[in-house]
Design a protein around this ligand. Structure first.
Ligand code: SP5
Ligand code: ZN
Length: 363
């Protein structure tokens, strides 16, 4: 069957982030967001006949509009500060791990200063103990942003659909905080870049198993970027735990421009797809002229990080539902951790999305 060959943007540098481990309830567990994810996704998309493109380097303008400059400075320098600690020699820890979190619980409203020691400073920006920073983290996260921005350029030049193989993922990164295995918010950068390129209203549709609290927060007060997510119910005890409930619908000018569709543990294809369809129709009917899809495939039934039970066929149907909007779309990789099925899940979504996409864009 003749099918639109989707441009797949990637960068070898995204492999350079090695989390080594995640500190979960005080225990060092093996990292799940590993570099091999890139290779298996790339191979699956190549096998399906899509067109692999290298990311082009972009300036920092859009990134600086989405993220706090102090957070960017911290992320860029943290691994070097850690190396001279020297924490590897002192305690055998080679990754930046926050030691305390200077929330109001600690400061009690007193005027706090940034801590001098990096282990005490990290909690100013790193909000969990799962998201460790190493020597290759900044370069990889920055390369992932370039993947997203290159995909935006392609859509800008008339491609109806472009896929960005972003790694590490981004949707849990807030304006000034990193967590949930995310450092820089690739999807938010893509949405902002589409706005800057003249799209009047952009919707982010997030199908990752977890609510994208970073993207949600970045656009919560804005009417020009919609955020809609279908995810496992945080109130059932799942990440991001404290936000992502149905009552969160936006604020101020952004009232009504956020939608959260939480689902119970064990949800299978039909109900999950109703949520995806709901969000796709919402984006189209709200007058959006471009989409960003936060494509996490960790809602899949064999994924170790979520209790949702979506099949590979379900991901294909999700792609077709979003593709049916006929809106130009940048698809950004988020989570998905089961290496044996990861590539097939991403290829199923991308193939489904492309199935309704004309071979050439209408110009
Ligand atoms: C982008 C994305 O999908 N981030 C996932 C964030 C959720 N991580 C929560 C991990 C909960 C602990 N799981 C135990 C695994 C131990 N390695
Ligand atoms: Zn996820």
């Amino acid at each position: 069957m003749d099918q639109y060959a989707v441009p797949v943007v990637w960068s070898a540098e995204t492999r350079e982030h090695d989390p080594r481990h995640e500190i979960w309830v005080g225990v060092a567990t093996e990292g799940t967001e590993v570099a091999a994810r890139v290779d298996t996704i790339l191979a699956a998309l190549r096998d399906q006949g899509h067109r692999v493109v290298e990311a082009e380097t972009h300036g920092d303008d859009v990134l600086a509009a989405v993220h706090d400059p102090e957070m960017l400075e911290f992320l860029q320098g943290a691994a070097d500060r850690w190396r001279v600690g020297p924490y590897a020699d002192l305690v055998g820890q080679e990754r930046v791990v926050p030691y305390l979190f200077p929330t109001p619980a600690m400061t009690g409203g007193l005027p706090a200063r940034p801590a001098v020691s990096v282990h005490a400073d990290a909690g100013r920006f790193v909000y969990d103990t799962m998201t460790l920073v190493g020597p290759g983290t900044w370069g990889a996260a920055r390369a992932a942003v370039d993947c997203a921005l290159t995909a935006v350029d392609l859509v800008d030049r008339g491609e109806p659909l472009a896929y960005a193989l972003c790694r590490p993922p981004g949707h849990h990164a807030t304006r000034a905080g990193l967590g949930g295995s995310c450092y820089l918010n690739n999807a938010a950068v893509a949405a902002q870049a589409l706005r800057d390129a003249g799209r009047g209203r952009v919707a982010v549709i997030d199908v990752d198993a977890h609510q994208g609290n970073g993207t949600a927060a970045i656009f919560y007060d804005r009417a020009d970027v919609l955020y809609g997510s279908v995810h496992v119910d945080p109130a059932a005890g799942w990440f991001p735990h404290v936000v992502g409930h149905a009552e969160e619908t936006g604020r101020g000018a952004g009232e009504g421009a956020t939608r959260n569709l939480p689902l119970p543990e064990g949800t299978t294809d039909e109900r999950w797809l109703e949520g995806v369809q709901d969000l796709a129709e919402w984006a189209a009917s709200a007058g959006c002229d471009a989409l960003v899809v936060s494509l996490g495939v960790d809602a899949a039934l064999d994924d170790p990080e979520s209790p949702l039970l979506v099949s590979e066929e379900g991901y294909g149907r999700a792609g077709a539902l979003v593709g049916a909007t006929n809106l130009p779309a940048v698809v950004v990789q988020e989570g998905g951790y089961h290496l044996p099925t990861l590539g097939g899940l991403v290829a199923a979504y991308v193939g489904g999305h492309a199935s309704g996409t004309p071979l050439r864009a209408a110009r």
